[in-house]
Write a protein that binds this ligand. Structure first.
Ligand code: ATP
Length: 230
């Protein structure tokens, strides 16, 4: 569903190449040492900047120059991006319509997503009145209502404790299983990859390598990954 075709990215003296495909519904982790280019790769796919060379295709359609909002993806980056002055329901509703003028069908879509992530009854709270884990659930509900075939996550649960993080990862895997969306998830923790991503993209030495099987990659890491895993 997503193809990076001979892509080359340059930011100052940093460069990164990528040439691979993510299949529909595939869950893929993105790992590599700090500064390797994981966030840069996701930003490129999201459309925040164009590649210097190569093409970005969604379902075979060349969208290299398409604006972020025109791409068939939903994204969640570090710190959840919730609006503090809006309620839970409004924060989720933004995923449906940025002006929040929702019709009945759209309102029930929002209610269903809130229920799916286990936040029924908290619709009217503001983010500050929620725990960190609950805030992550709101952000996930907003991803759900967007109903996009690709979800990009960049360390979204890094601020949560280990038990809560596992709970959120399992919830992400569950809901993506239900919706059939593909996932690209940046993580610093190889155990996150093992938990929910059967495939992994290793970013190292200026290359985002094609997805390989997560277990095999982590059990038999190439030198660049071995150095990172320690
Ligand atoms: N706007 C920019 N201009 C120039 N260089 C940049 C810019 N943004 C990032 N870089 C550089 O690009 C490289 C990749 O950064 P990136 O944030 O993608 O790495 P990362 O693998 O996500 O790291 P981390 O795990 O620490 O988040 C780094 O060397 C960084 O310094």
């Amino acid at each position: 569903m997503l193809t990076l075709e001979n892509v080359a990215i340059r930011q100052g003296d940093f460069s990164l190449r990528a040439d691979f495909t993510i299949q529909a519904g595939q869950r893929v982790a993105v790992i590599g040492r700090s500064g390797a280019g994981k966030s840069t790769l996701l930003s490129l796919i999201a459309g925040f900047f164009p590649p210097e060379e190569g093409s970005v295709l969604f379902d075979g359609q060349n969208m290299t120059k398409a604006a972020p909002g025109k791409r068939p993806l939903a994204m969640l980056f570090q710190d959840n991006n919730l609006f503090p002055h809006l309620s839970v329901a409004q924060n989720v509703g933004l995923g449906v319509r940025p002006d929040l003028r929702l019709n009945q069908v759209q309102k029930s879509l929002v209610a269903n997503a809130i229920e799916r992530v286990g936040l029924s009854g908290l619709e009217d709270r503001k983010p500050a009145q929620l725990s960190g884990g609950q805030q992550s659930r709101v952000a996930l509900a907003r991803i759900l209502v967007q109903d996009k075939p690709l979800v990009l996550l960049d360390e979204p649960f890094a601020a949560l404790g280990p038990a809560l993080k596992i709970e959120m990862l399992d919830l992400v895997a569950e809901v993506l299983e239900e919706t059939g969306a593909a996932l690209l998830m940046v993580s610093h923790d190889p155990q996150d990859a093992r938990r929910i991503a059967p495939m992994t993209v290793l970013v190292a030495d200026g290359v985002a390598y094609a997805p390989t099987e997560t277990g095999a990659l982590l059990d038999n890491p190439p030198p660049a990954l071995k150095a990172y895993l320690g």
